[in-house]
Ligand binder design. Sequence first.
Ligand code: SF4
Length: 334
Amino acid sequence: MYIFRPQAIYFEKNIENYTLGKELLAKYKDIPKIEIENHNNIEEMRNKSNKEFLNMKRNLIIGVRKTHKFVENHKVSDYLVPYTSSGCIASCMYCYLVCNYNKCAYMRLFVNREEMLNKIIKTAQESEKSLTFEIGSNSDLILENTITNNLVWTIENFGKTNGGKLTFPTKFAYVNDLLSLKHNRKIIIRMSVNPEYIINNVEFGTSKLKDRIDAINKLADADYEIGILIAPVIFVENWENLYNDLIIYLFDNLNKKAKEKIFFEIIFMTYSYVHNAINKEAFPNSINIYDKDKMTVRGRGKYMYKSDYKKYGEEFFKEKLKKFFPNNKIWYIV
Ligand code: SF4
């Protein structure tokens, strides 16, 4: 199991009133601590330069989540739900969290997990239809679990209740602690994959492709509902060969149980002016993933692939998946 050792802990004083807050302070008793007023506004961090992006991610911010607003969603889930963390200690060059938090996309942990899970359970039980809640849209919960054990706690507690499902995506293979839990098929885990070349050159600090596939096979054997996200698709040079090989790799390496039940989601990369500014300074030697000939403006400072490229990409993935995974559903291609 991966062990993250933060260089400093920034914490709100009131985390001492929560079980998880006390546990984390004890766990990191030897790490330097800085008390803060509000996890959303740490002046020292705001004033740092983009060059310090990676270094900033070596800290942990711990606070209490104040906003609990569910946002309606119409993909795999019915609601996007703010949960136990936001931000991340890995550093994918396209990370969507950078759009929300800019260079302050470091990991923040929220210790009031009982309050958050209880709201989900109550909403699920009051609904006439079975609802699915996306709890991983602000961070990677498998990675967070290596620090807090929150996912184990969540699955154990949610698994006992009636109604509703939880879902989250991940790029990490650290699933062993989840395999023996009584999840009652109420958890849908979606493994995000990309060609090894992209993982090595763009998704810094995430698990290797082989390890991600081993993890999804183990989750299938443990009877979890599972999906595969091919995301984000990046039209680097030679992308057709890279993604063709990726689909063949999935076909060759997913086990029988996984192949029987996986579904697919495919998402083309979006990018932004902020990403470009941070990446240039934080990763000066990395490959350039912003291709201005293939991308177009999608809103202020945001870019997406031009519709011709997306259309071609869509056909490409539909054809390849039909050939190798004819019985597996594609939820959407966007
Ligand atoms: S693993 Fe996910 S949350 Fe973490 S940096 Fe990569 S895209 Fe962002």
